[in-house]
Design a protein around this ligand. Sequence first.
Ligand code: GAR
Length: 217
Amino acid sequence: MAEKKRVGILISGRGSNLQALLDAAAKPDYPAQIVRVISNVPGVLGLERAQKAGIPTAVISHKDYADRENFERAVNKQLEADGVEIVCLAGFMRVLTEYFVTCWNGRLLNIHPSLLPLFKGLHTHERAIGEGVRFAGCTVHFVVPEMDSGPIIVQAAVPVLPDDTPDLLAARVLEQEHVAYPLALALVCEGKTRIEKGLVRITDANWPKTGQISPLP
Ligand code: GAR
């Protein structure tokens, strides 16, 4: 197997997507190793999850910096010190500047709890229910400066049920997030994604069999 890619993960909270990535990376044939978890919020559950998995953590609080870019420079310094090659945002709730996004162009992934380009921003499940859509889902995408945009790598859809509340729908979507993110990261680490004219082309003999799934297996 080719050498595993060195991955850094940025979080702000509970870290259930982080956990899914940690679990995937614990498998010997997974193409990524997680070398650092950084939280911008101290004391969050995600940090505990990383520590339990034996992954080095750092807290870099945005509150300690005069502006976004200085905060991001501190994050970058840590990532560079760790030799990180690919960065995953996993419930990282800070908008990133063009500076950071450009530094990691094509190597920065995010997960968003909607079928983008629908429902960018916050309260996605409440808004999906409010619009009466029949399917909701999640998207893993490369990050570009515009928020919740950028080339889509993997999406998973779930039905919206008649009696759904935002919490019920969120739980159904989250289950799929935990499958979609490890899948997307693996595709990127294995060099099976290519960005062409702003869209991701997947070069995997099993695609879409293993990937385009609704709901994911
Ligand atoms: C996840 O649902 C993720 O998709 C969402 O925050 C949650 C984090 O949960 N991210 C965003 O809304 C980013 N725009 P987690 O900390 O348990 O992974």
